[in-house]
Design a protein. Structure first.
Ligand code: FNR
Length: 185
């Protein structure tokens, strides 16, 4: 088994809690899963006029998505929605029409924020977009984490036992979900 996961972190911030969460999840997965972070900060704002002559970053993004067997979205909530940088990446790799790079790839959606509802609204907005993009997304369990000091470090260590157990349960369900689709293909 050799499963490549394209990881989308919805924050560009150097100290991003969501990036830490993405690293922590990767450490809880089997070694046969490789997590590759997709750079989304350098993708030009999507412009349909460029579909005929796409920017290099669009071609690179589409290739990274297409060469992965699965997707992982780890996103903050910005003003009760998904960050624009993430929506831009989704729009870009979904085009040109008929060449949606995401179609059929199994996905997981999680997030962490400083707010008490832990990215719930952003995640559900993202789920709407993924449904349209024909991305089968793990429904349960859900991960709505609230950040607290000392929870996660930038090496992906989780310092609270109950959080680590909870996230291990999520990773186990995600791995099983992805395997269903990879086995079928
Ligand atoms: C936020 N934050 C935030 N938090 C939340 O729970 N719900 C929200 O709607 C918002 N809105 C929001 C908008 C903008 C523009 C910013 C910059 C921030 C706070 C957010 O949870 C916090 O900044 C996190 O640290 C962002 O995640 P990263 O960058 O640490 O991954």
């Amino acid at each position: 088994e050799n499963i490549r996961v394209a990881v989308f972190v919805g924050s560009l911030r150097a100290e991003s809690y969501n990036r830490r969460l993405a690293l922590a999840l990767a450490r809880l997965a089997p070694e046969t899963f490789t997590f590759e972070h997709v750079a989304i900060g350098d993708i030009p704002l999507y412009n349909q006029d460029r579909d005929v002559n796409p920017p290099e970053a669009m071609t690179r993004l589409k290739h990274e998505v297409e060469s992965a067997q699965a997707l992982l979205f780890v996103t903050p909530e910005y003003n009760r929605g998904i960050p624009g940088v993430l929506k831009n990446a989704l729009d870009t790799a979904s085009r040109p029409w008929g060449k949606n790079s995401f179609a059929g790839k199994p996905a997981g959606v999680v997030g962490i924020s400083v707010g008490a509802i832990g990215t719930a609204l952003a995640q559900h907005q993202l789920r709407n977009v993924l449904a349209y993009l024909d991305v089968p997304t793990l429904g349960q369990p859900e991960v709505y984490l609230q950040f607290s000091e000392g929870l996660l470090d930038d090496a992906g260590n989780i310092y609270k036992d109950d959080t680590r157990r909870f996230l291990q349960g999520w990773v186990d369900a995600y791995v099983a979900w992805v395997r269903r689709f990879v086995a079928a293909s």
